[in-house]
Design a protein around this ligand. Structure first.
Ligand code: KIV
Ligand code: ZN
Length: 504
């Protein structure tokens, strides 16, 4: 059966990165972009270049280095934005300028403070200008699902006339329902003959938990490009999840008669990398990539699975790259063994990063008898997600108990200077966090704190994830250690190091 190819437009590095605390530096963006290329996405939206010089630089780096996919940058319908965007993407093998402008009355009147005709004029002028720079121009009618249909058709028709090559129809606020959104796509195709000559795209948000349902309804009704993010991360409740859309189409081919070029075996690794580098945990029951997505706990299900996997399993974990690794390393495993296991897990690290991973591996293995594949992956992913460290964690001691005031002492390194201090608190974590604040000279407000064991067993490696407000902005941090208080300290310091790397 010949099937339609659906273009996968990944916006993890743009819409996904808008999540508070998920900011990436250029190196981390590049790391994810290379993985998205391995995954097989067709378009990478690498950022919003006019949002900051740092983001423009990061998009430029991705455009230079990642050669296979189209590299897009977002721009508002303003000449200066479009210029900055073009500067950032122009070195790509296939650059794209993505122009966005509100089309609903709410956006046009309340946000843009203009009337429909003026907004249409702006849309046309900006697409004309973008087209004079770049042959590939995508135009997004922001808040399309709440836009008057006649006006939406007019805008789309006019911007195609002046050269838009992709028309994106966003459900910006996650308001649409699947029947309605599928119908919108069908009616647009019926009413705008020029849509036959361009790519029709959709971009759905998850405010009502319908982003994937709306996206696949649009695909069934003729959308050719789907915009999505890894793990469904994004503004508020997030964007449509890439892995859910891809696996829905793959698992139900007769329903869609369409395919993507995604190498599904790279899905799990991509999910882990994005979660770690952006410090956004994946909920355990998340479809496709959650820790429980393939776990069968009830006796009836386990019995069925043992008799025949197809009784309760519609996809195999290995289809999305989840493998069982039985290897165990110890403190006596040398560099060659660690490198070999890393390769088996899919990590090929450059020398400097490998050395950092190896040192941390030895440090953990000295305190924990056996290091499993999950432990090793966690160590690598945390080292990969590190920003340049203003402060390095050297060690800590704490005292706690029901008859004593918790006291914590932390040792950090800043440049060549060793810094030590101590603080008391309501508990050992509180005391440790107060101590770190004294050492770095800033206060943090702990907004989220999560600790979990990476593997089973009493000596499991603990992994702490925090989100901390520092000077009015959120920063996330992650840390691991066989000692949960130390993992918590490392996570808190990681958040401060992000603050220093991005702000100070
Ligand atoms: O949600 C939205 O409308 C967007 C546009 C820039 C496509 O992110
Ligand atoms: Zn969006």
């Amino acid at each position: 059966m010949t099937t339609r190819k659906i273009t996968v437009f990944d916006t993890t590095l743009r819409d996904g990165e808008q999540v508070p605390g998920a900011k990436l530096n250029a190196k981390q963006k590049l790391e994810i972009a290379f993985q998205l290329e391995r995954l097989g996405v067709d378009v990478i939206e690498a950022g919003f270049p006019c949002s900051s010089p740092g983001d423009a630089q990061a998009v430029k780096m991705v455009a230079r280095e990642v050669r296979k996919p189209i590299i897009a940058g977002l721009a508002r319908a303003v000449q200066q934005d479009i210029d900055i965007c073009w500067e950032s993407v122009r070195e790509a093998e296939q650059p794209r300028i993505h122009v966005v402008l509100g089309s609903s009355d709410i956006h046009v009147q309340k946000k843009l403070r203009m009337d429909r005709d003026k907004a249409l004029e702006l849309a046309v002028e900006s697409v004309k200008y973008a087209k004079s720079l770049c042959p590939d121009v995508e135009y997004s009618t922001e808040d399309a699902s709440r836009t008057d249909f006649e006006y939406l058709c007019r805008v789309i028709d006019e911007v195609i006339k002046v050269g838009a090559t992709t028309i994106n129809v966003p459900d910006t606020v996650g308001y649409a329902t699947p029947d309605e959104f599928g119908d919108l796509i069908l009616r647009l195709r019926e009413n705008i003959p020029a849509l036959d000559k361009v790519t029709l795209s959709v971009h759905c948000h998850n405010d009502l938990g319908l982003a994937v349902a709306n996206s696949v309804a649009a695909i069934r009704n003729g959308a050719q490009q789907v915009e999505c993010t890894v793990n469904g991360i994004g503004e508020r409740a997030g964007n449509a999840s890439m892995e859910e859309i891809v696996m829905t189409m793959r698992t139900r081919p007769t329903v869609f008669q369409a395919h993507t070029d995604i190498n599904t075996k790279e899905i799990y690794r991509t999910s882990r990398m994005v979660s770690r580098l952006m410090n956004i945990p994946v909920q355990p029951n998340k479809a496709i990539v959650g820790a429980n997505a393939f776990a069968h706990s009830s006796g009836i299900h386990q019995d069925g699975i043992l008799k025949d996997r197809s009784t309760y399993e519609i996809m195999r974990p290995e289809d999305v790259g989840i493998k069982e690794h039985s290897m165990v390393l110890t403190a006596r495993s040398g560099r060659a063994a660690v490198r070999h296991e890393l390769k088996d897990l899919g990590f090929e690290l450059e020398k400097g990063l490998f050395e950092r991973v190896f040192q941390r591996f030895i440090d953990v293995a000295d305190r924990k008898k056996e290091i499993t594949a999950k432990d090793l992956s966690s160590i690598v992913e945390i080292e990969m997600s590190k920003v340049p460290e203003t402060y390095t964690f050297l060690g800590m001691q704490f005292m706690s108990g029901d008859q004593t005031t918790p006291l914590s002492s932390v040792r950090l390194k800043k440049g060549d200077e060793i810094l030590t201090d101590a603080a008391i608190g309501n508990g050992p974590v509180d005391a440790t966090y107060r101590c770190i604040e004294r050492l770095v000279g800033y206060q943090g407000k702990l907004m989220e704190y999560d600790i979990k064991a990476i593997t089973t067993g009493k000596d499991a490696l603990g992994e702490a994830m925090v989100r901390v407000e520092i000077e009015g902005r959120a920063y996330s941090g992650v840390g691991t250690s066989p000692d949960v208080i130390e993992a918590s300290a490392r996570a808190y310091l990681n958040a401060f190091n992000r603050f220093f790397a991005y702000t100070v």
